[in-house]
Design a protein around this ligand. Structure first.
Ligand code: PGA
Length: 256
């Protein structure tokens, strides 16, 4: 049985004070839920330490939104994987569509980050997803195949135990236009088949595939009810406890 993972990507939002306040509200509000589902938040890098302090002693996990693959050194502006670990992070988000399309990250850079993070023993949440133009041109599966093959090149079946995939159609991110449960399920089933053919059935069966893109309390239950949807990566609706906690609860209900 795959354990549901409900994650919140805070992106470049919050202040130190609101980040700590939000983290504390999640500790309170998700205490019981954490017995049933994993809850993972990705605060901005400068707030990782105060947020880690705020969740200390709870089951809420904290990860980095990005990291560079090289060992600490002369890489101005970057955050090393070792630094994330040093402040208590066990997970890192890699290849988010904003990193790909705003910051220009390629599959090859993403692959370097994935491999380096796995070598360090971090859990990787690898994001994939097509643009609207690609969906309209019927290229969704081709794009997903390319991003999976590129991002996971040289990643072994054993290492896949630390990989979570997040399917995030770019046209659904921050737009209020959620993929329908059928669209999400079709893409997730395709990704799971990809894992079967490139690894094996047990890797495909064990790997969690999250949906992301305008997830909110009103649509979470239906999305999480799809057989191949194992959790959510939530952006906008992760910034308020009153929006995020009902999504965590939808995960608890889906977990049964
Ligand atoms: P959204 O963002 O929930 O605001 O659409 C999702 C994401 O980018 O992870």
């Amino acid at each position: 049985m795959r354990r549901y993972l409900i994650s919140g990507n805070w992106k470049m939002n919050t202040t130190r004070a609101t980040a700590v306040e939000l983290a504390k509200a999640l500790v309170e509000g998700a205490r019981a839920a954490c017995d049933k589902v994993d809850v993972l938040i990705f605060p901005p890098a400068p707030y990782l330490i105060p947020v880690q302090d705020a969740v200390a002693g709870s089951a809420i996990q904290v990860g980095g939104q990005n990291a560079y693959f090289e060992a600490p050194g002369a890489f101005t502006g970057e955050v090393a994987l070792e630094m994330l670990q040093d402040v208590g992070c066990q997970s890192v988000l890699i290849g988010h569509s904003e990193r790909r399309h705003v910051l220009g990250e390629t599959d090859s850079l993403i692959n370097n980050k994935v491999k380096a993070a796995l070598e360090k023993g971090l859990q990787v949440v690898l994001c994939v997803g097509e643009l609207l133009s690609e969906r309209e041109a019927n290229q969704t599966e081709e794009v997903l195949d390319r991003q999976m093959a590129g991002g996971l090149a040289d990643v072994t079946a054993e290492q896949m135990a630390d990989v979570v995939i997040a399917y995030e159609p770019v046209w659904a991110i921050g737009t209020g236009r959620t993929a329908s449960p059928e669209q999400a399920e079709a893409a997730h089933a395709h990704l799971r088949n990809w894992l079967t053919s490139h690894y094996n059935a047990s890797v495909a069966d064990a790997t969690r595939i999250l949906y992301g893109g305008s997830v909110k309390a009103a649509n979470a239950a239906e999305l999480l009810g799809q057989p191949n949807v194992d959790g959510a990566l939530v952006g906008g609706a992760s910034l308020k406890a009153s929006d995020f906690l009902p999504i965590v609860e939808a995960g608890v209900s889906a977990a049964g």
